[in-house]
Design a protein around this ligand. Structure first.
Ligand code: GDP
Ligand code: MG
Length: 178
């Protein structure tokens, strides 16, 4: 295998309010479910080295999708720079689920011919009584998207570690098949 650690740029996209920054904060967080120090590279960029399946990987996580101060160019930038994407919706908000489909299509257009690793993320799974999108719908959507699917809760930190490990595995799968 290769020497040295691999570095992957992972981008959070999805409607405002779905929990992207909450997930990023857990990734960055001190309340530690993941096992190394995090470096904050800017207000919306985080870097952390994770051990996944016995191999280290450095993840640079970008949470700038909703940063409107910088103007619309930032979304084009986000669409171009990711090695992998987390498309996030809230299970309590059907409109955010529909938006996720749009984003998948946009991403496909922006990165034609590239096989980009994506995880479709149904966040806020703790809010069971407000659920508007079923697990089955999320899963079916991921099949159409040709990507992985996971439900998370940033609030109770359920499946968040698994999410970040999962995206590293997805990038590696493609790297290893080259
Ligand atoms: P962003 O706009 O996508 O970055 O979303 P935020 O991370 O700012 O979250 C929006 C709101 O949803 C905040 O009030 C969060 O506390 C809340 N939130 C985020 N994730 C969860 C979750 O998993 N469960 C619950 N109950 N609330 C969440
Ligand atoms: Mg945010």
């Amino acid at each position: 295998s290769e020497s040295g650690s691999s570095c992957y740029r992972v981008v959070l996209i999805g409607e405002q309010g779905v929990g992207k920054s909450s997930l990023a904060n857990i990734f960055a967080g001190v309340h530690d479910s993941i096992d190394s120090d995090c470096e904050v590279l800017g207000e919306d960029t985080y870097e952390r080295t994770l051990m996944v399946d016995g191999e280290s990987a450095t993840v640079i996580l970008l949470d700038m999708w909703d940063n409107k101060r910088e103007g619309e160019w930032i979304r084009d930038h986000c669409m171009q720079v990711g090695d992998a994407y987390l498309i996030v919706y809230s299970i309590t908000d059907r409109a955010s689920f529909e938006k996720a489909s749009e984003l998948r299509i946009q991403l496909r257009r922006a990165r034609q011919k590239e096989d980009i690793p994506i995880i479709l993320v149904g966040n806020k799974s703790d809010l069971v009584r407000c659920r508007e999108v079923s697990v089955a719908e999320g899963r079916a959507c991921a099949v159409v998207f040709d990507c992985k699917f996971i439900e998370t809760s940033a609030a109770v930190q359920h499946n968040v570690k698994e999410l970040f490990e999962g995206i590293v595995r997805q990038v590696r799968l493609r790297r290893d098949s080259k």
